[in-house]
Design a protein around this ligand. Structure first.
Ligand code: SF4
Ligand code: SF4
Length: 447
């Protein structure tokens, strides 16, 4: 076989392979109902096939060199897929938070519960006069799940309201008593059982960490517990995530988003109460931390339990479902085996490049640029006031940042390969960021 014949075979094979991969990616995008991405990928696949046919069929100077280049390209791709993940220095800073700094009374959710004219309202805004005017402005807007919201939908709003009401009833189950009889179970067996049960119940991921002081609020801010200092009663925290349905999230900020959030909060509350109930039945003190009744900051616990990193939008970013999850936590004194967290600094690296959520946020609440030190932590701090104000206008919990995040793409073979390559090369992360903009748009339309 001559060198020219060998070059013809190599060019035809490599370009044929790339065309088939692109065609497959186009089909997957069509199944994801991403028509723009499907059309672009199909066009590139056809162009690649045509160019490959021409490059393989005709003779021209440099044909052998082109064949070598294509071989090198394949070798580079294989190396990127197979090499160990990039060992960047961890830099999220959360791990080194020194002490508790967050008073739940300062969170926007607690502030919005304050009723003008009450003693609590007067006391709070006397101590924090700078918050009174923006908070009163938010109170004057239609509000979450209000019929006056711009995204009002009678059925989705009523379904979400029903879910949140049910969760409020579930708060009463948090105080369920602990059995007086203790059943000793070894830590490995109990850990295995709980994780398997959570998975059977539908949890997307679960992890265990030692409960740290900085996971907890300093003082409770909502309901009858308002003003009570939070004690560290338990040694361990079980964190788990429940995946959200992207068909609903992709409509953000429309009403299916708040239905989806409420449904996943309800699912996770149910699971957390089940696990806490199991532990209490065995005679170990435990507490479920569920929507509207948390003693701790769920993303921090989930992060330390190894479930993901905290990205630009301030939410937990899981490696395979991105921010499209809801979290619940159970704390307990029962013997458990903590996980060894596997930090993924490439998520943070990608957030540094991407900034798509900041570009798409209708509330202008997500920062651009680098992380900043806030409250003892190096992080991106979102403007929760402007975010909540936007929720009060739409009546939904928006979720546009979750919908547009490249990490929210479905966990199928195409996106899994992209995530794998991103984890291994900074250059690949840059290319993936540009490709995401081309295929889905810098500001993707709500679906
Ligand atoms: S949209 Fe981009 S910057 Fe925002 S959280 Fe997702 S990956 Fe990070
Ligand atoms: S929920 Fe909406 S307003 Fe809030 S940060 Fe995300 S995109 Fe912005």
């Amino acid at each position: 076989m001559t060198a020219a014949q060998l070059s013809t075979i190599i060019i035809a094979s490599v370009t044929g392979l790339y065309s088939l991969l692109l065609l497959g990616a186009s089909m997957i995008s069509l199944a994801e109902r991403q028509k723009r991405a499907a059309a672009i990928l199909l066009a590139i696949a056809l162009l690649m096939a045509l160019a490959g046919w021409a490059a393989a069929t005709f003779s021209y100077p440099g044909k052998n060199f082109l064949a070598l280049l294509l071989l090198a390209d394949i070798a580079l791709l294989l190396w990127l897929l197979l090499k160990p993940p990039a060992g960047e220095k961890r830099d999220s800073g959360y791990r080194f938070m020194p002490a508790r700094v967050v008073d739940e009374r300062d969170t926007i959710f607690a502030r919005m519960k304050l009723k003008p004219g009450t003693t609590e309202y007067n006391n709070y805004y006397t101590a924090r006069p700078e918050s009174r005017s923006p908070d009163d402005e938010a109170r004057s807007l239609p509000g979450l799940l209000s019929a006056g919201g711009t995204k009002y939908h009678p059925l989705n709003f009523a379904a979400a309201e029903a879910n949140f009401t049910l969760i409020e009833y579930m708060h009463k189950a948090i105080g369920q008593p602990v059995s007086a009889t203790k059943t000793e179970i070894a830590a490995p067996e109990l850990t295995r059982y709980i994780k398997k049960w959570l998975s059977t119940l539908g949890a997307h991921s679960s992890g265990i960490t030692e409960l740290k002081d900085y996971h907890l609020y300093t003082i409770r801010g909502r309901g009858s517990e308002r003003g009570r200092p939070v004690d560290k009663r338990h040694r361990y925290a079980i964190a788990f995530t429940v995946k959200m349905d992207m068909r609903n999230i992709a409509t953000a900020p429309a009403s299916p988003v708040i239905f989806e959030s409420s449904q996943r909060y309800l699912d996770s509350a149910n699971m957390a109460l089940q696990v806490a109930g199991l532990l209490k039945g065995l005679g170990y003190d435990a507490r479920a931390h569920i929507d509207g009744d948390y003693e701790l900051i769920c993303p921090l616990v989930a992060h330390d339990a190894g479930l993901g990193e905290i990205g630009r939008m301030g939410l937990l970013m899981t490696p395979d479902a991105g921010p499209a999850v809801r979290i619940a936590v159970v704390t307990t004194e029962a013997p458990l085996l903590p996980d060894m967290p596997k930090p993924d600094p490439t998520l943070i690296t990608f957030c540094r490049i991407c900034q798509k959520c900041a570009d798409c946020c209708p509330g202008r609440s997500i920062p651009y640029g680098e992380m900043e030190r806030a409250g003892g932590v190096l992080r991106w701090k979102i403007d929760s006031e402007s975010c909540y104000r936007y929720w009060c206008i739409t009546g939904t919990d928006c979720g546009r940042c979750i919908a547009v995040c490249p990490y929210s793409h479905p966990d199928n073979i195409m996106h899994r390969m992209v995530r794998r390559v991103i984890r291994r090369s900074h250059l690949a992360a840059e290319v993936a960021y540009m490709a995401d903009d081309i295929l889905y748009g810098r500001k993707p339309k709500a679906r």
